[in-house]
Design a protein around this ligand. Structure first.
Ligand code: CAA
Ligand code: NAP
Length: 246
């Protein structure tokens, strides 16, 4: 397959790192953002040690201006972006009756507004070149809801609404837009859930374990090749069987 330029937001995180690695293994040139320079450069050096060159660009994806600047920075290093994975995300869990406006806006800003902020600067180039792949990393909790996650579930459900609208608008331009909805994956985000609560969640997963980031990266990789060009607007669940709704 032709080597393309891929931007994975939040590539330095648990799932993002595996997506970066997977796309690089597939022969693509990969970039990601960082917010903290020292952390970003240390991660880049770690990837280099594994034989993977990753371009870095600073930017907070909840800011439209910073998101546009980071896309232009990536373009200047690698060329136009053909593959975008909207993966950056956070949690601010709280039952709704205690949720603060800040907890709401932080999660909507980082998890949902970011999809607008980062996709908007890449979409016109993809339409002109008649090829593109956009993948949203949503969540099982956007599909089924979750106690303590009204903000997160709203953002994650919104991401798939974004996917299915963009998929319709851009199908004629060779651009596919899809969602991957992971279940509970062993990253810092899930390890931040109190252990007793986490153990109860794991007990509800038919596979009997948390997922691995590589298992999500595999699902993302599925949507990228030319052979996947007729698959658009899909929501691929990768959750160990915890939620099997349509
Ligand atoms: N269903 C029903 N009741 C529940 C419940 C659930 N899932 N979770 C908690 N409760 C109940 C408790 O039993 C408790 O009831 P009592 O008052 O009668 O004892 C009450 O709610 C309060 O529970 P806590 O003591 O846990 O309350 P808290 O305010 O300290 O914390 C919480 C509430 C923040 C929601 C906490 O329970 C929590 O962190 N839950 C996990 C939320 C979660 O799954 N987050 C996922 C993060 S990872 C991620 O988001 C990645 C992804 O996409 C999968
Ligand atoms: P993680 O390890 O915490 O990584 C999150 C990444 O997002 C980090 O690189 C982080 O960078 C970046 N990020 C956060 N806020 C940002 C912002 N405002 N601007 C730019 N980058 C930002 O989390 P993860 O578990 O890999 O999760 C990745 C994605 O998968 C998220 O969207 C999450 O909701 C989703 N997901 C996770 C699970 C799971 O079980 N882990 C399940 C379903 C869905 P910094 O280092 O700068 O913070």
């Amino acid at each position: 397959m032709q080597s393309r330029v891929a931007l994975v937001t939040g590539g330095t995180g648990g799932i993002g790192t595996s997506i970066v690695q997977r796309l690089a293994q597939m022969g693509h040139r990969v970039a990601t953002n960082y917010r903290d320079e020292a952390k970003g450069r240390a991660w880049q050096a770690q990837m280099k040690g594994l034989g993977i060159d990753v371009a870095l660009a600073q930017g907070d994806v909840s800011s439209p201006e910073q998101a546009e600047a980071l896309v232009r920075n990536v373009e200047s290093q690698l060329g136009p972006v053909d593959i975008l994975v909207n993966n950056a995300g956070i949690t601010r869990d709280s039952t709704f009756h205690r949720m603060t406006p800040q907890q709401w806006t932080d999660v909507i800003g980082t998890n949902l507004n970011s999809c607008f902020n980062v996709t908007r600067p890449v979409i016109e180039g993809m339409r002109e070149r008649k090829w593109g792949r956009i993948v949203q990393i949503s969540s099982i909790n956007g599909q089924k809801g979750q106690y303590g996650q009204a903000n997160y579930a709203a953002a994650k459900a919104g991401m798939h609404g974004f996917t299915i609208s963009l998929a319709q608008e851009n199908a004629k331009f060779g651009i596919t837009v899809n969602t991957v909805s992971p279940g509970y994956i062993a990253t810092d985000m899930v390890m931040a859930v109190p252990e007793d609560v986490r153990n109860k969640i794991v007990a509800q997963i038919p596979t009997g374990r948390l997922g691995n980031p590589e298992e999500i990266a595999y699902a993302v990789g599925f949507f990228i090749p030319d052979e996947a060009g007729w698959i658009t607007g899909a929501n691929l669940s990768a959750n160990g069987g915890q939620y099997m709704g349509w």
